[in-house]
Design a binder for this molecule. Structure first.
Ligand code: OAD
Length: 233
């Protein structure tokens, strides 16, 4: 491990599960009682904005009731103490990584606590209810603010920066993601192609499990602190 300098960590819903945030692909195939195509696509928003805005309002409000768990905190420690390059890429839209101390962090699927104005294009911190059709904090236009979330069919954020980090990383670590959604599911192959060692930590083998050099199965809240401790010594 002594030759590792550049690390990319990818996280998914599994890292927040022990904090009480439900994962996406439950056994019933529903995401908190809804079909993904009814709440997480631009078409769903066009068809039934009230349903979609209310769904994300509820998820946003729930953030006030959950706390970072030992896995988020371990990544916060890694961020503080790792002197090499580090990029934590999360698919999660919650704010638990920030609250766990992560700073070198990027939300590739957007953030619940951000609003995006369809009138002026600005994005801004948002903590209220979008179903109330608030005015844009930048241009003042009423009723044009949507969740700053990447829906199916939309382009994930900051892909240039992520690709650059993957191209130069020595270690790629995937935590709590099913490997079902691209482009994130393909990061392991990009990192391997760049010569990185690849490690997966998940409750059960992800769809791309065979692409990893090493797989550790179990709860993120137990595995991630052990891994960080081993790395920082
Ligand atoms: P998923 O719900 O697809 O997968 C979560 C993974 O975490 C599963 O493989 C679980 O086995 C695992 N898991 C559950 N509890 C865990 C624990 N305590 N410790 C470790 N692993 C655990 O969530 P994602 O892979 O994040 O996209 O989903 C990817 C994307 O699909 C999401 O960002 C979202 C969704 O549709 C958008 O909204 C664009």
């Amino acid at each position: 491990m002594s030759d590792i300098r550049n690390i990319v960590v990818l996280t998914g819903a599994g890292i927040s599960a022990e904090s009480g945030v439900p994962t996406f692909r439950g056994p019933d195939g529903l995401w908190e009682g809804q079909r993904v195509e009814d709440v997480a696509t631009p078409e769903a928003y066009a068809r039934n904005p009230d349903l979609v805005l209310d769904f994300y309002d509820q998820r946003r409000a729930k953030l006030g009731t959950v706390e970072p768990n030992p896995a988020h905190e371990a990544l916060g420690r890694l961020d503080r103490e790792w002197s090499g390059e580090l990029l934590i890429v999360t698919q999660n839209v919650d704010d638990l990584h920030e609250r766990g101390g992560a700073r070198r962090l990027l939300h590739m699927h957007g953030e619940l606590k951000s609003g995006w104005c369809m009138a002026c294009g600005d994005r801004f911190p948002f903590s209220g209810k979008m179903a109330n059709r608030p005015a844009c904090l930048s241009c003042g236009e009423q009723g044009k603010v949507r969740p700053d979330i990447v829906w199916f069919g939309e382009m994930p954020y900051k892909m240039d920066r992520i690709d650059a980090a993957l191209a130069t990383c020595d270690l790629f670590v995937s935590i709590g993601t099913s490997g079902a959604v691209y482009p994130a599911a393909g990061f392991v192959q990009t990192a391997r192609y760049s010569g990185a060692h690849t490690l997966e930590m998940n409750l059960d083998p992800s769809e791309g499990s065979i692409f990893f050099h090493e797989s550790r199965m179990g709860k993120a809240g137990e595995l991630v602190p052990l891994w960080v401790e081993g790395l920082l010594g």
